[in-house]
Design a protein around this ligand. Structure first.
Ligand code: H2U
Ligand code: ZN
Length: 352
């Protein structure tokens, strides 16, 4: 019998944050690709677009006019999925037909007044303003008595369902713990109970020792492709210090977060010389007023691109019905991301 070689043999890897498995098939990377091909769309935009509902001074769908903002701008989502109006009650029919009312607040954050930028192309100090806005929003929304969890996220690129290329993200704050943070809380709690230490502190120490899945790092954050990654170039940002939320970051750590986000998103754009699409978001402690020493702040980046600017990974077939699967190993994904430059390709082409 052959001994498991993670670079050669099909195997499954365990995600200790969610208690789920991913199938890894490294031997398949040699097969020819005959799937979907599309032309890469050049990412050329004006600094200001009179038709954009996020640009300064423009009117939104609700009729409200954006101020002439500088830096970041936050507003209540005009088509919010959750509403702050108080409703209560639930139904439970034999434990099979269960429904609960859900209150919440949805906001949109414009990262910059410039229509033509992305986080990867913004200056470090302007990304820092975005970090400060996230901290402020997490605090403001979390302070509301009915808000138990604040989900900060960004959908980037049309392929991820993003409605507008103007750099922006969203925040949904609501009354109950959503599925993903709920799984992570359960696993972080049970790990702490069993080992007396933090799951992500221990995991990060292992990753730093092995090094093979680390993309880049600074004094306060590490960007790595998790051992259990599902998406081809999936990454996680993990704070080096055990902090449970964005609110707990000190000045230096906020700068560190802005730095690592900029460097990682530049690497993403450089991988296929395209504006790299992804969904990203933070996972952090709920705002339920309880002590959550088990929670370790981190961000996930889930990009769908597989082997070029035009080939995307879809979760279909076996993945929808059984378990997610990947061909290129997390180690190879990290290696590819490590080998690209931290100077944005547009800057290189312009000779700047
Ligand atoms: P994306 O990040 O997925 O593109 O979503 C942008 C959000 O902006 C979306 O949730 C909101 C939509 O409801 N929006 C407004 O609040 N006002 C508008 O005028 C258009 C879009
Ligand atoms: Zn715009």
């Amino acid at each position: 019998m052959q001994i498991l070689d993670l670079n050669e043999h099909p195997h499954r890897r365990y995600n200790p944050l969610t208690d789920e498995w991913v199938l890894v098939s490294p031997h398949r990377t040699k097969r020819p690709w005959v799937g979907q091909m599309e032309k890469a769309i050049p990412d050329e935009r004006p600094e200001y677009d009179p038709e954009c509902y996020l640009c300064p001074g423009n009117r939104r769908a609700s009729g409200a006019r954006n101020p002439d903002y500088e830096g970041t701008f936050v507003f209540e989502n005009d088509f919010a999925a959750l509403l702050p109006k108080k409703t209560s009650g639930h139904q439970d029919n034999r434990g099979l037909l269960i429904a609960h009312s859900e209150r919440g607040i949805c906001r949109v954050i414009c990262f910059s007044p410039r229509h033509d930028l992305t986080l990867a192309e913004m200056e470090q100090q302007d990304v820092r303003l975005v970090v400060d806005t996230w901290v402020e929003q997490y605090r403001n929304l979390g302070e509301l008595p009915f808000v138990q969890y604040v989900q900060i996220f960004e959908n980037k690129g049309a392929v991820m369902g993003c409605s507008n290329p103007h750099p922006h993200g969203q925040i949904w704050a609501n009354e109950s713990l959503p599925n993903e943070p709920r799984k992570e809380e359960r696993e972080q709690k049970s790990y702490m109970r069993a080992h007396g230490t933090c799951l992500l502190c221990d995991y990060l120490a292992l990753e730093q020792k092995e090094g093979v899945r680390i993309v880049c790092s600074n004094a306060h954050f590490v960007a790595l492709v998790p051992f259990w990654a599902v998406w081809p170039f999936e990454t996680m940002l993990i704070s080096k210090r055990h902090a449970a939320s964005l609110e707990m970051l000190n000045e230096g750590e906020r700068d560190g977060l802005a730095d690592i986000i900029r460097r990682l998103t530049i690497r993403y754009d450089n991988l296929f010389e395209t504006s790299f699409p992804y969904s990203m978001g933070f996972h952090q402690q709920p705002t339920d007023g309880n002590e959550h020493s088990e929670w370790h702040l981190h961000a996930h980046f889930y990009p769908p691109l597989l082997r070029s600017a035009t080939v995307k990974k879809f979760m279909v077939g076996y993945e929808m019905l059984a378990t997610p699967q990947r061909d290129i190993t997390p180690e190879e994904g990290a290696d590819r991301l490590r080998r690209v430059s931290e100077v944005h390709y547009k800057e290189r082409f312009s000779g700047a």
